[in-house]
Design a binder for this molecule. Sequence first.
Ligand code: PHB
Length: 395
Amino acid sequence: MSRIGFTCGTLLALSLLASSAAASWADEPTPLKIGWFGFYSGAAAAGGQETDAAIKVYMQQHGDVVAGRKIEILKRDTQGQADIVRKEAAELVSRDKVELMAGITLTPEAFAAATVSTPAKVPVLIVNAATTSVLTNAPYMARFGFTTGQAVAPFGTWAAKHGYKSVYAIYTDYGPGLEAGRVFKQTYTAAGGTIVGEVKPPFTTPDYSAYVQRAKDANPQAIFIFAPAAGHPIAFLKAYKDAGLDEQHVQVLATGDLTDENSLDQLGDASLGMITVFDYSEAHDSALNRAFVKALYAVAPPGIRPEFGGVAAYDVMNAIYTLVAAQNGIIDPDKTMAIIKGMHFESPRGPIAIDQNRDIVQNIYIRKVEKIDGKLQNVEFDTIPMVNDLGDPVK
Ligand code: PHB
């Protein structure tokens, strides 16, 4: 990781110098407006509330002025709709004069944001859109969440090497699901596993019973599933239970979207023993994470738990403060992207870095749902250190 240059600590120190000198702002500096796309209504509303809580935590800890500029976040509810993102992004840029954009939950929303970000040269810091290709033709976008390929590549190998000889694969029929399915099949079969069948439910599916029945009929040792966090986990678990399946007979191997903390309490004890792969768990054992979790519970609405979207939002805030500080409060799009490429810092999920492709490099963890102090948690028990968006190790 020698090519990675900036640490957030160094740059925040620069910011303090810049703000005390205030040399670049002879007149009263204008607020720095940041457009933020959240999924605040519908199936992912809990995720929207949770990312908002994470923003609040960061701003409580670090204040709302960086290099003399007041940070102003203009939040927009996307309702998960790409068309809304396209329209709001255009308005935020042309009318509100935002200098940065951030947030975003779904892959199609990221593609929509790119249609504005690229021609207007407004950088977008993505919280969650997990298909590798969203960055390909979007030079002013960078990802701080994860990609499904990043999580799943080591997981396919892990599953084959840990005695799961046959798997039925279920993955949602759109970007991140297709990537998860393709990569799992590749790495799992390369390590000796056998895929006994597969099915691709549509993104809008409200009911998994037909898909789980097909999996059961194929009699696999395990089901691999990718389903987006918004609404799908409960539907899958209901079908899995209704089909009379349990972890003793057909092990669930999933990406962590299935057992995200804001679904876990609704999934209940039937989720115990599920094995998942992901970049973040509330139960991650580090001092920084314990502080983040405590602070988030203090500001989040009742019932909202820390999860992958919140930690990525917290890290996006850290990155924003860093790049405002590094440029003394004057945002230049090309300099911004140059600073982002090479950023690295400690996140509540562990060490993270952004590479030259503007994509995230981070640890991937294998976890099991267990009850800790009466609470369902994703307990990490294996770590694949620092992999890139394709799931390849980075030295
Ligand atoms: C995505 O659309 O990229 C996406 C959405 C929800 C997830 C993961 C990925 O849980």
